[in-house]
Design a protein around this ligand. Sequence first.
Ligand SMILES: Cc1cc2nc3c(=O)[nH]c(=O)nc-3n(C[C@H](O)[C@H](O)[C@H](O)COP(=O)(O)OP(=O)(O)OC[C@H]3O[C@@H](n4cnc5c(N)ncnc54)[C@H](O)[C@@H]3O)c2cc1C
Length: 379
Amino acid sequence: MSDLFTPEHEQLRASVRSFVTKELAPHAEQWDRDESFPREIFERVGELGYFGMKYPEEIGGSGPDALADVVVIEEFARIGSGGVSAALGAHKDLACLYIYNFGTPEQHERWLRPSLEGKAIGALGVTEPDAGSDVAGLRTTARADGNDWIIDGSKTFITNGAWADYVVVAAKTDPDAGHSGLTLFVVDKDTPGFEARRIRMLGWRPSQTGELSFSGVRVPDSHRLGEIGGGFYAIMRNFAWERLCMALGAVAGATRTYEMAKNYALEREAFGRPVGKFQVWRHRFADMATRIEAARALTYRALRAYVEGEDPIREVAMAKLYTNDLAFQVADECVQIHGGYGYMMEFPAQRAWRDTRLGPIGGGTSEIMKEIIGKTYGL
Ligand SMILES: Cc1cc2nc3c(=O)[nH]c(=O)nc-3n(C[C@H](O)[C@H](O)[C@H](O)COP(=O)(O)OP(=O)(O)OC[C@H]3O[C@@H](n4cnc5c(N)ncnc54)[C@H](O)[C@@H]3O)c2cc1C
């Protein structure tokens, strides 16, 4: 137990773990096969208050306590379904966080309160077919028309995009202004000209990832989130939390996958002994355990700086990079220790492998994390 967390946090951890173990994890395999999971899960999570930990009670939250939210993130990583954790996380840590950080009291009432109750599902639409890493290169536009804005363009790979009730969308309001030309808007799903299409994926299969198109979508200025031209800076500000969430989830997920691999290694016998008792595997497990603890320490260091009000750009990028590469490597070892069974759809090792492959891509790729880290050293 880290000294970051209080006994109350550990009580919360026990409750979230019990919920995950009883109500979510047993369905992970079926939901993966179905490539979907029930929308009602959002209402259930909302009812339990698990979406609202870092948000104040006045706007429907159950906090504010960022560390309580960390407990929820770590426990949700133990569902054993990257897709379900991602869907719940993209709602809570992306869509809701944008509305909370940059929204007016009216916008909080309209979108945040029902989101924290799990009655509305949100998504964040930044990435486009022609621009992901290069956020300033987005092409979707929003042009002023009286007191309205007309949005044209497209977004892709948007988690929850195919079933979200609303999407926080980044659009160019001044295509010549570079970083200062981007503004955020909230688009409701039934707005004329808005369409969403589901995309099939290697992993995260229950997650309703969508490709979105905006064709003359008209929204009033009351749907603008934050300042005109403030979109890029808002995205950069929220990246810190998003990447921390991905690091925390990767460490907790890697821990779970490690346990799954170790349990199998102690059960499966070859040449008259459990395969985990061969020295080569003992060393590989020792290596994984050591690196998981190093990853946890790195992540908690970044987290501590973040909750103390610093802007730990380098530490967050290092944590996101290291933990997400590691989570995939641990999943790969988990497949290997399972031998042929590791390759079979009946065994969960393959799901961990497919799901963790996303970590070094989403939320800023590993290459981009290295760019950020290198720049902080003046390179
Ligand atoms: C399952 C899934 C869910 C996602 N959910 C969301 C979401 O909810 N909302 C959202 O807005 N986006 C989402 N994304 C998008 C994700 O953030 C982007 O895919 C990611 O940022 C990379 O962008 P890209 O795919 O356009 O790759 P590109 O930017 O085209 O990069 C392609 C390759 O080039 C490398 N590269 C690019 N620039 C550099 C550079 N300067 N130096 C070195 N290498 C470089 C990249 O690392 C990568 O390997 C999701 C993606 C996936 C796959």
